[in-house]
Design a protein around this ligand. Structure first.
Ligand SMILES: [Zn+2]
Length: 333
């Protein structure tokens, strides 16, 4: 048993309370390797933004969960070395799908876990979420739950259709489970292909796809039912077209990749939405930079030569999200 407190990590409780009251959101960035983690920590340290490091089941399979946990511990020390005196870093399990996975993360030094039982019938979702909450709270680990179903594909989480969260269920769900935050479905979607062209309209000037707007009416209805309760948005990459273009220009093939417009995420950040998950944008920034570098430098074969610009591009993207979209800069001075 390792307590996250010994590792210098924090849970999400205070962070979310301040974010809801202050009208901003905390970035939740997924990481799978050293360069992503370095870029996240550099961006958070430079902007003094609280940050949530997310580990998905796919990341655990790819990079090994023991290694990822030690990397998060290293990230705290690295943040201090960069001059961030009191780093506010959360290590969070993204989309835990069983009590056992959540328990193993709590026991292993995670400060926050998500139990995603949203695909189960309502009463079963409540029962499983409650079981995780009861275990995690003994160790002051915070728990995110999910109600409603997001469309899209993210690692091993996928659904063809989305079902908006039903506002009439949220009070009952939050009260009976005791969860600390709630991921809702209001039209965001996992992955880099959030919408089919048929679901979109086209901008007549640029010819680009314009996605359907988020269901802010559902969000506001939920806020009314649970005033001040921390709300989480998954699947909230904006899929910057500059990266899609860069990938395609240098040998990639990403037709019709599309995300959530940043203005809508900025708007959501001002509400009770206090955690916004961004994964695909980091993948795109990294891949775009690597493709460009290798295309322009065909003789390079030292991974540091192409991973360095990739890391720079990710850092730039993370800072942009923190400062211009989520508004969390300076909130962890
Ligand atoms: Zn997700």
């Amino acid at each position: 048993m390792v307590s996250y407190k010994e590792l210098g990590l924090v849970n999400t409780r205070e962070m979310f309370k301040k974010a809801v009251a202050g009208g901003y959101a905390i970035p939740a960035f997924n990481f799978n390797n050293m360069e992503q983690l370095q870029a996240i920590i550099m961006a958070a340290a430079e902007t003094k933004s609280p940050v949530i490091l997310q580990v998905s089941k796919g990341a655990r399979n790819y990079a090994n969960q023991t290694l990822l946990r030690y990397m998060a511990e290293g990230a705290v020390a690295y943040a201090k070395e960069l001059g961030w005196e009191h780093p506010q870093i959360v290590l969070h399990l993204d989309h835990g799908d069983s009590f056992e996975i959540c328990k193993s993360c709590v026991d292993f030094g995670f400060s926050s876990v998500m139990i995603d039982a949203s695909s189960l019938p309502y009463e079963e979702n409540i029962a499983l979420t409650k079981k995780v909450v009861e275990y995690a709270h003994q160790f002051d680990v915070t728990v995110e739950a999910e109600l409603g179903v997001l469309a899209g594909v993210e690692d091993e989480v996928s659904s063809a259709e989305s079902h908006y969260t039903k506002p009439e269920e949220v009070i009952d769900f939050a009260t009976r489970t005791g969860c600390d935050s709630l991921a809702i479905s209001i039209g965001t979607s996992h992955g880099a292909y959030k919408f089919t062209p048929e679901q979109c309209t086209r901008d007549p000037k640029t010819g680009r796809l314009v996605p359907p707007p988020l269901a802010f009416d559902v969000l506001h209805e939920i806020e009314k039912k649970l005033p001040g309760f921390p709300i989480v948005l998954h699947g909230s990459s904006s899929v910057p077209q500059e990266y899609v273009d860069m990938c395609n220009q240098y040998g990639g093939n990403l037709p019709n990749a599309i995300g959530i417009p940043e203005e809508q995420l900025r708007e959501a950040s001002k509400s009770a939405v206090c955690k916004i998950n961004i994964d695909s944008d980091s993948r795109l920034a990294m891949t775009a930079a690597i493709r460009k570098h290798l295309a322009e430098n065909p003789s390079h074969f030292d991974p540091r030569q192409y991973l360095k610009p990739a890391r720079e591009e990710m850092k730039k993207m993370y800072i942009h999200k923190i400062v211009n979209v989520l508004g969390s800069d300076g909130k962890a001075e």
